[in-house]
Design a protein around this ligand. Structure first.
Ligand SMILES: [Zn+2]
Length: 185
């Protein structure tokens, strides 16, 4: 008996009616980047099904170098594997979703940030940069950061959204556009 036991029971029920999903391009043509917060699961909030969209999660749903590296690699992989199966000259849209009441928001407080730096050995400027105090502001900054990443494929578009914990509603802050500024539909 571990804390995983009830979850493994749920998996058993899931597997009993499971149909394998073949390897193919993500059918929603979207990659979701969002926070690891357990109240912000995109499979539930956005109704994602298996095979529809890769999901990248970290504290805050921030665009870090590691996230950029993953997206650059996923674009390369999609071109290699699915070149003939993708819609026109587009690969996918990266939807960045920040949320209200984010736990990283505590890092905007200097005292909290100092204690966090001491406890984790992470640098205070890095902790400050990761804070989502106002998701509307940070999501705009992160859309820009990703769109201007040197290795981002010109076939990848980026959009920005905020999830409201109180209402369950996702609001689009920035519509999808490509690195050259062209709007994506
Ligand atoms: Zn969060």
């Amino acid at each position: 008996m571990t804390r995983m036991t009830p979850l493994l029971d749920r998996n058993e029920r899931f597997a009993s009616s499971y149909t394998p999903v073949p390897l193919g391009p993500p059918t929603a043509q979207v990659i979701v980047l969002t926070c690891l917060d357990h109240r912000v699961d995109p499979a539930i909030v956005l109704g994602l099904q298996l095979g529809e969209a890769p999901v990248i999660r970290n504290a805050g749903g921030r665009v870090t170098q590691a996230v950029i590296d993953d997206i650059v690699y996923l674009a390369f992989l999609a071109e290699q594997l699915f070149a003939g199966q993708l819609a026109d000259d587009r690969l996918f849209e990266v939807a960045i979703v920040h949320h209200t009441q984010c736990g990283t928001g505590f890092l905007a407080d200097p005292g909290f940030r100092h204690r966090a730096a001491e406890a984790t050995s992470l640098a205070e400027p890095a902790l400050e940069a990761s804070a989502v105090a106002d998701p509307h502001t940070t999501v705009k900054a992160d859309v820009e950061r990703l769109l201007t990443a040197p290795k981002l494929s010109p076939k990848v578009s980026v959009s920005g959204h905020v999830y409201d914990i109180d209402t369950g509603r996702v609001t689009t802050v920035l519509d999808a556009r490509f690195p050259n500024g062209a709007p994506a539909s």
